[in-house]
Every structure is written in structure tokens, then in C-alpha cells.
Design a protein around this ligand. Structure first.
Ligand code: ZN
Length: 404
């Protein structure tokens, strides 16, 4: 048994505790107490630190890490997507050394930034094996993109078989996801929903209401998305624009429920947010990526006011400068100065763990959970510790504790 003393314990499940003790045994949290341990064990005084749960990066694309600094910022989202597609076409082999090495570096960077769990989007499943070899836990979402599908059921069934050929570990699982309402046919959405329903715990994911171009396309069937689909030769002339919002479209299709991580939501209306809240869907916000891709600034305060569950992602290194979830928190703090810091921290930990199905092991400091904990160096104990933690924490301030 190891007993850690810290000037602050930010458990997320309870208010921050000043001068607390955490007992750890065999990789699990045994106790969180105000009093020093009575007998036995190894005592470690961590000093002026806040101990908190490892963070959850609920949306990233590890396989795009090789595109770091390659896709410049855009003022219009579809232009940005065109640039990403062109960059990916220049390296068609997903198993290339360059792509695999970048994934390993991204995993190491994630750990150095305090991330314990990732929700990773992959179009190739190439990130699954590296993730199992890393210190991180996570869900790999095998993301399907198919607007014009000749055999939607066969397409999805084949992908589901690929997912099921992967051997899950106690920390890494795989499931299916849909890319977005403008790039996935309605019958593919339906088949994905049917496939994952065979697994009682499988989450799924979709990029949703990210850009004004998406909203226009779902409402009218026109605009720059339509032109992109035509340019790619995948336009389906039988597709009928659903009208209404992207959220209404997926909700009316029966896709949205508590299993779904809906990513971005920059263009969601109050009605859209109410729908997500009613369905128990988790909204994953990636504010720095939204700024880079031309999607705009997410309405962070509206998200929380609606009561929707909010988790946080960095998105990929193609649209984000690094994989530091603490930096996303600082951006959220700047965008929503009235939201309590504790609420933002809850999004970066417990909400992400819950959405990914890892809340039994991660997300809070409670007895029985894995002791994959962060000690964040503080300038002083006499601070508003939660406010400090959402002000921008650098990797140099972080170290992992509790792993033995
Ligand atoms: Zn994404």
C-alpha cells in the first residue's frame, strides 16, 4: 500500500480536498481521506500539487498525427476538408512507417499531457495495435464514410466483422462510428445503429453540426458540400435533403441516444441542444480545432445551459497544435468565463470516461478505480485550485502517480 499526501485532491466526484491522502494498492485506489494513515504502508508527500484523475481526450484521430502543421488554417470549413483530403492522398499507405511513427509519438505526447483515456477515430484501424501497447486506455471508433452506398448493409456488416476480429484488452476496445450526416448515407447510419446494438455497451460517434456548410447542405441539399460530393464523384441523385437541422435529421433517423458521442456542435441551436440533452447524447467539444478549420467558435456556455452532457477532445493534429486537453480547457475558460471551473474539469474527466464506457476505471478519484492519477505542480496551496487547472497546464507541470 502507498499513501500519497497532496496539498489538494481534486477527485471530481467530491469538492476539492485540502491536504488529503490517497491510498493506492495494486494499481487501484483504496481510500481517499483527510486524515493521515494510521499504520502501515509507504508514505509519499507530493508537496504542492493537485492530484486529479487522468484526463479523457474524447475525440482525436491518432492516424492523422503525421499531418501535424501540414494543413494551414482555413476561413471556410469545406476548403479545409479539401486540403486534408489532398494531404491524405499524398500518403495512401496507412501502414507506412511515417504514419505509424507519428501515432506512437502522439500516444507519448498524450500521456505527457496528462491524458489517460482516448476516443480515437480511425478510418483504417491502424491505431488499434499501437494503442494496446501504450499506457493509455481507449475506444477506437472505426469510422465509416460512404455517401453513395450500393449495398449499405453489406458495407457496414463487413466493417463490423473487421472490428470484431480485433482482440480487445481490458483497456482498449473498438466499435463503429459514422463520419457525418453529409458524408454518410441514411441507410448506412441505420445499419451502423443496428450493428452496434448487438453489443450492449458499444458507444458510437458522429461529427455533427460542425460547420455552416453542413447545416446548409442538410437543409437545402446545396452549397459547397454538394459541390465537393459532386467533385468526388459520389453524389447520389436520389438523395433527398431532409430539411431542418443536422441534429433533427439524425434524431428523426433514430440514431441519437446515450451511446452516441456527437462531436463539435458549433452550429447547434438551442432546440438541437435540447434534443441531445433529452436523448442523453454526449456532446464532445474541440474548440481549438473549430478555430483552425473555419467552423467557428463553439457556444460553450449554451452547451452547459442546455443541460447536455459535455466532454472534450483535441481533434487531430491536422487541426490542433498539440494533444493537450488542458489547453482545450483554457480555451473553453476563455470562451465561457461564467461556467464554473469544476464543471469544465468534470467534462475533461468524468463525462468523457462515461461516454466512452470507462467510468468504472477512470474519470474520478474513488475507491476501486484505477489509480492512473496526475500530480499537477501548483505555484502555491493558497489558490482556487479548480480555476488554476483550467488556466492552461503544461506537460512540465505534470507527473503520473499511483501506478504501482
Ligand atoms: Zn474529428
Amino acid at each position: 500500500m502507498i499513501h500519497y499526501r497532496a496539498s489538494w485532491i481534486v477527485s471530481v466526484s467530491d469538492p476539492p480536498m485540502r491536504d488529503g491522502w490517497i491510498a493506492v494498492e495494486q494499481g487501484r485506489i483504496a481510500a481517499v481521506t483527510k486524515r493521515p494513515p494510521a499504520n502501515g504502508g509507504h508514505l509519499i508527500d507530493l508537496g504542492e500539487v493537485a492530484v486529479m484523475p487522468g484526463l479523457v481526450n474524447a475525440h482525436t484521430h491518432l492516424e492523422l498525427s503525421y499531418l501535424r502543421d501540414e494543413v494551414p488554417p482555413a476561413s471556410e470549413f469545406v476548403s479545409w476538408i479539401r486540403e486534408v483530403m489532398a494531404a491524405r492522398r499524398r500518403r495512401p499507405d496507412p501502414q507506412s512507417r511515417e504514419i505509424l511513427d507519428a501515432i506512437d509519438r502522439a500516444l507519448a505526447e498524450s500521456s505527457a499531457c496528462g491524458t489517460a483515456v482516448v476516443g480515437d477515430i480511425s478510418n483504417t484501424l491502424v491505431s488499434f495495435a499501437p494503442l494496446t501497447r501504450s499506457a493509455l486506455a481507449g475506444v477506437v471508433f472505426y469510422e465509416l464514410i460512404r455517401f453513395n452506398a450500393a449495398d449499405p448493409q453489406g458495407f457496414v456488416d463487413a466493417a463490423w466483422e473487421e472490428v470484431n476480429r480485433l482482440v480487445p484488452t481490458d483497456r482498449v476496445r473498438a466499435t463503429l462510428a459514422a463520419h457525418a450526416p453529409y458524408s454518410v448515407a441514411p441507410l448506412v447510419f441505420r445499419a451502423i445503429r443496428q450493428a452496434i446494438t448487438r453489443d450492449p455497451f458499444a458507444p458510437t460517434s458522429v461529427h455533427l453540426a460542425e460547420s455552416v456548410e453542413e447545416v446548409e447542405f442538410i437543409r437545402t441539399g446545396g452549397g459547397s458540400w454538394r459541390r465537393l460530393l459532386e467533385d468526388l464523384g459520389v453524389w447520389d441523385p436520389s438523395w433527398v435533403p431532409p430539411g431542418g437541422s443536422p441534429v433533427k435529421f439524425l434524431d428523426d433517423s433514430g440514431f441519437l441516444d446515450g451511446r452516441v458521442l456527437a462531436v463539435h456542435g458549433v452550429q447547434m441551436s438551442r432546440d438541437d441542444l435540447d434534443r441531445l440533452a433529452a436523448r442523453g447524447t454526449t456532446l464532445v467539444t474541440c474548440p481549438r480545432s473549430n478555430g483552425h478549420t473555419g467552423a467557428g467558435a463553439p457556444p460553450i456556455a449554451d452547451f452547459y445551459r442546455s443541460g447536455v452532457r459535455v466532454a472534450i477532445g483535441t481533434d487531430s493534429l491536422a487541426s490542433s497544435p498539440d494533444l493537450n486537453v488542458f489547453a482545450e480547457l483554457a480555451t473553453m475558460r476563455a470562451l465561457a468565463p461564467d461556467i464554473p471551473a469544476a464543471t469544465l474539469i468534470d467534462s475533461a474527466t468524468r463525462q468523457g470516461a462515461r461516454a466512452l464506457g470507462f467510468d468504472g476505471d477512470y474519470g474520478t478519484i474513488e475507491p476501486g478505480k484505477r489509480s492512473r492519477l496526475l500530480a499537477v505542480a501548483l505555484p502555491s496551496s493558497n489558490i482556487d485550485v479548480e480555476e488554476y487547472l483550467v488556466g492552461g497546464i503544461e506537460p512540465e507541470q505534470i507527473r503520473w502517480i499511483g501506478e504501482n
